[in-house]
Design a binder for this molecule. Structure first.
Ligand code: ADP
Length: 482
């Protein structure tokens, strides 16, 4: 073997063993660029998940009691294993998901950075000694791993979404049951292969593939699972939050977004176009922080649209494994149909297609990079997440008007603004109801910062010092009478 197939594992990883579904049934996994079946995965359900939770529960006390530095050292090894195999892991990611290879290389690298970040942060998971209100007492606040953590991840960043969950969990001594997305399971299963290679004890990392409702249902039902971390749609996130109530689990939710990308007259035009391109077309527009609505002030509007259209038309579309490709296929035909719906809705309401607008000549799930001008607040993309390579441009006049339009959504994940006015930057920080704000930057994800949304975009943070909080419980000890 060798190459990316080294990391293509077609089994569940439970209690340190690679196993099939009890029924022996499998699900085909296809390459969205070619339609070829690249392998199968077990079609598992409740029983397999129950065993994975049993294994994680059994492994928890010993793993939580390991020396901090032994867990840190395992994460260092995991980081190195990722980077030593970056090219193969990236190829695997591209083959199952479609994104261009350079983006897949970047995803593996940022995942490795999260691993290293949490190896460092775990060493700073400090408690507190608090001044007591009355003399004679001592108040200690200590922090402890929550226990077994359930993780459910999406297909758009199948490797790094798990990195941001696995690394903090493992760093503080939690054990894990993870379910990767069915479309892109191999980048998730590769984490189990890496964990095995670097020497994690059996049962610490378990990964199960198959029926989302059965695997998710078991994870949510079992009291031993003390925390669930989910990245995916708002709809499923809400379902999981409801399901978490019966066992009162901690939940962190990384849900949908509807990012406004605001360009003011005082912006650097070239930088704004560059930022819009990367924010909009990275991963073929399939990221939860993608620019969803481009609001451009009247004075810079025409120049911005001209440049954006020119650059969009020049994007090279193709199979992500091929050199020079900047946009791969969409994940599946359903995603294509959704973008088509956005285009026809906008057209019907007076929008103008400046570039693209149709399925790509390459066929399959390839879609043309698209720019629509004359966008208005009554069009579908004003409220719904596009999740595709479509950039709608809205024209606006005043700062107050654009802040109101930007906030007119139940989502609150990422937003972006281009301006050279520092006073405006502070007003935007105060006025925009978003968990993350990119000023003069279209690409803001980084391990040092807390990634996460407000409103219906979710709760909990990934990265930053805050990224550990959800994996730790605090205990308060009151010492009196001594
Ligand atoms: P996306 O639009 O990214 O596919 P989903 O929310 O549908 O978003 O999927 C994200 C993850 O949630 C995937 O791993 C998917 O299999 C899983 N999922 C889907 N339905 C459920 C469910 N009922 N319970 C638990 N997980 C689910």
């Amino acid at each position: 073997m060798g190459g990316y197939k080294t990391w293509l594992r077609e089994g569940n990883y439970i209690a340190g063993a690679w196993v099939n579904a009890d029924s022996g049934e499998t699900i085909d996994v296809t390459n969205p660029a070619t339609g070829d079946v690249i392998g199968t995965i077990p079609k598992s359900g409740t029983a397999e998940t129950a065993r994975a939770i049993d294994a994680a529960s059994a492994a928890f006390p010993d793993f939580a009691a390991t020396d901090l530095m032994s867990r840190v050292s395992l994460l260092w090894k995991l980081h190195d294993a990722l980077m030593d195999n970056q090219a193969d892991l990236a190829k695997l990611l591209t083959v199952e998901m479609g994104k261009p290879l350079p983006e897949a290389m970047g995803e593996i690298a940022i995942g490795a950075q999260y691993v290293r970040w949490f190896a460092e942060e775990a060493r700073r998971a400090k408690g507190e000694i608090v001044p007591p209100g009355v003399n004679g007492r001592r108040i200690l606040v200590t922090r402890h791993p929550v226990g077994v953590v359930g993780m459910i991840t999406p297909w758009n960043f199948p490797s790094s979404m798990l990195a941001r969950k696995l690394a903090p969990a493992l760093s503080v001594g939690c054990t894990v049951v993870a379910k990767p997305a069915t479309q892109t399971p191999y980048s998730g299963l590769a984490w189990a292969a890496l964990a095995e290679e670097v020497g994690y004890p059996k049962g610490v990392v378990n990964i199960v593939t198959g029926s989302a409702s059965q695997i998710g249902g078991e994870i949510m039902a079992r009291p031993e699972v003390r925390k669930v971390t989910f990245t995916g749609s708002t709809e499923i996130g809400k379902l999981l939050i409801r399901q978490s109530a019966d066992t009162v689990k901690k939940v962190s939710m990384e849900l949908g977004g509807n990012a406004p990308f605001i360009v003011f007259d005082d912006a650097d035009l070239d930088a704004a176009v560059e930022g819009a391109m990367v924010s909009k077309f990275r991963n073929a527009g399939q990221t939860c922080v993608c620019a969803n609505r481009l609001y451009v002030q009247a004075g810079i509007h025409d120049a911005f649209v001209a440049k954006l259209a020119e650059k969009t038309a020049a994007l090279k579309v193709g199979d992500g494994t091929q050199g020079g490709v900047e946009q791969g296929p969409m994940v599946d035909m359903q995603a294509v149909e959704k973008v088509e719906e956005f285009v026809s809705d906008a057209r019907a309401k007076g929008g103008e297609v400046a570039v693209g607008g149709s399925r790509h000549a390459l066929g399959g799930s390839f879609f043309e990079p698209t720019v629509i001008t004359g966008a208005t607040q009554d069009m579908m993309f004003a409220t719904d997440e596009i999740f595709g390579p479509l950039a709608p441009v809205f024209k606006f006049e005043t700062e107050a008007e654009v802040i109101a339009m930007a906030n007119a959504t139940e989502f609150g994940l990422a937003c972006y603004a281009y301006t050279s006015d520092i006073a405006r930057v502070f007003r935007l920080n105060e006025g925009l109801e978003y968990g993350m704000i990119g000023i003069n930057s279209g690409l803001i994800t980084t391990p040092e910062a807390p990634f996460g949304g407000v409103k219906e975009s979710g709760m909990g943070k990934e990265g930053g010092s805050q990224g550990l909080d959800d994996y730790l419980d605090t205990k308060y000890v009151c010492i009196d009478g001594l």
